[in-house]
Ligand binder design. Structure first.
Ligand code: HEM
Length: 474
């Protein structure tokens, strides 16, 4: 329907929204396979849609004013809903992402100091080092070699976490950890009909059975980490000021009570899960989108060359990489790593004509919101320029929610954006990546939004091929 408006831009792959509602069985199968395929044209066109379904009453909200009310102004009336918790909690326990009430407040207050602007700025050298390590690894590969950009981004973001919030690393083979994380998301991330119908926790879920070895892997790893750190503290040796120390030292200001080992473990797993797969996906989609749009690729290469040249990467470069940042913002719009959020209303609520009864579910789906016909021009096209400083002020804060909003807003947003700009600029400076001929890219929603089956890309080193690449520019 927006075809002619989209014409001058690259229109990346996305499932075609449905025109007819699905029957129950087809819906359950589709949700299990890829929930992106269940969205209908109406969702992308109407501001608020309410209906009764297997989950009870659900209101899908794409009106920025209503979203602001639910996530921010009246956030106290909304809690994370049971379906979301049933899916996430088996792996993540009651960590920051899944905890509620006082438990959540204590955890958020405890962990917040790690993510202040000053602290995140302090992570700059570690992020650059991780990006350079990736580039060094690629330098050893010949031109024309196919790499899985998606897997490589998972590695680099894990490397960043190990150098920042987990100072002593996670004491595991990084590839084994990356595999465990992928298995975890593949298994746990499938929405099981058993979860939809709210069956008790002891009813077996196929996905969860598949994810069990990965969960066990995390549990053993975290138990070792905690033991090691406690032993260090017991010996009176100085412990690094990282996530683990903050969690172990946490104390409620009123009661003095700390976090249990279970909560510490839940948060370590939460931060590994929430903190790197999301950023890796943002980077993978950025790289893919650039590979399909020669104009944007030429522009980012020009910017990186002009700002960084052959210089070592320094903090003052960050604010000058405006187009690089716009590419990331646009990738987060088209393929938000968290494509779906939901809440359950505690009491009845009214927002103008919209009535939300107590106990019903409100859904805010960044994937739909970011492509909504009423809110965006040429919504399905890749157009990073819309995020350039002179234009981005026109975007409603509550029409663009890759990191959520309100009290439960992503704690790692500025961490992720700083990391993504550093890694993308470092990659663009070193190499050009082209999608393997004939490979079809498809977005798959499994808690996060990733390219299904990875992203095989052909590597060309830029520095030594500069002349040739310049001639190939549009
Ligand atoms: C591009 C990367 C990222 C995206 C798109 C993203 C997205 C989000 C979103 C949408 C939420 C809110 C969920 C909701 O309200 O239901 C969230 C929460 C959270 N994120 Fe991120 N995130 C990213 C990176 C990170 C990083 C790097 C970390 C940590 C190092 C992190 C840790 C968390 C945690 C702990 C929460 C729960 C916060 C709370 O409930 O208090 N995220 N994230």
């Amino acid at each position: 329907m927006t075809g002619s408006l989209e014409a001058p831009f690259f229109r990346p792959p996305a499932p075609k929204p449905r025109t007819e509602p699905m029957g129950l069985l087809a819906f359950l199968l589709a949700v299990r396979k890829n929930p992106l395929t269940t969205w209908m044209e109406r969702h992308f066109e109407e501001a608020v849609i309410s209906g009764e379904g297997v989950l009870g009453r659900v209101t899908v909200v794409n009106d920025p004013t209503v979203i602001r009310h639910v996530l921010l102004d009246n956030a106290a009336n909304y809690r994370k809903d049971d379906l979301q918790l049933r899916i996430l909690a088996p792996g993540l326990g009651r960590g920051l992402l899944t905890a509620e009430g006082d438990e959540w407040k204590l955890q958020r207050r405890t962990i917040a100091p790690l993510f202040t602007p000053r602290h995140v700025a302090g992570f700059f050298p570690a992020m650059v080092e991780a990006a350079e390590r990736l580039v060094r690894r690629w330098r050893r590969r010949p031109d024309g070699r196919i790499v899985d950009a998606s897997l490589e981004m998972t590695r680099v973001t894990l490397d960043v976490l190990e150098r920042t919030i987990f100072t002593h690393g996670v004491s595991r083979d990084p590839d084994a950890l990356a595999r465990a994380i992928t298995r975890y998301f593949e298994g746990i991330g499938r929405v099981d009909p058993v979860d939809i119908f709210g069956m008790p926790g002891w009813v077996p879920r196929i996905g969860r059975l598949r994810a069990r070895p990965a969960i066990r892997f995390f549990e053993e790893m975290v138990a070792e980490l905690i033991e090691g750190r406690k032993a260090l503290i017991a010996r009176g040796e100085p412990a690094p000021r990282d996530l683990l120390s903050l969690l172990l030292e946490a104390a409620d200001p009123e009661t003095g009570k700390g976090l249990s080992d279970r909560d510490v473990r839940a948060n370590i797993v939460t931060f590994i899960g929430a903190g790197h797969e999301t950023t890796a996906n943002a980077l993978s989609w950025s790289i893919y989108l650039l590979s399909q749009d020669p104009r944007s690729r030429a522009r980012i290469e020009e910017e990186v060359e002009r700002v960084l040249g052959g210089e070592p990467f320094k903090p003052h470069h960050l604010e000058k990489l405006v187009f690089t940042r716009a590419v990331i913002d646009e990738a987060l719009r088209l393929y938000p790593p968290v494509p779906f959020m939901s809440r359950s209303a505690i009491k009845d609520d009214e927002i103008g004509p919209v009535y939300i009864p107590a106990g019903s579910i409100v859904t805010v789906a960044p994937y739909v919101l970011h492509r909504h016909r009423r809110l965006w021009e040429h919504p399905d096209s890749f157009d990073p320029e819309r995020f350039l400083p002179e234009k981005r002020d026109r975007i409603d804060r509550f029409a663009y929610l890759p990191f959520g909003a309100g009290p439960r807003v992503c704690i790692g947003a500025s961490f992720a954006l700083q990391e993504a700009v550093i890694v993308l600029a470092s990659v663009v400076r070193a190499v050009r990546l082209d999608l393997q001929e004939g490979y079809e890219v498809n977005p798959l929603h499994r808690i996060t939004l990733r390219p299904h089956g990875g992203l095989p890309m052909r590597l060309t080193h830029r520095a030594k091929n500069r002349g040739q690449l310049l001639r190939a520019m549009p």
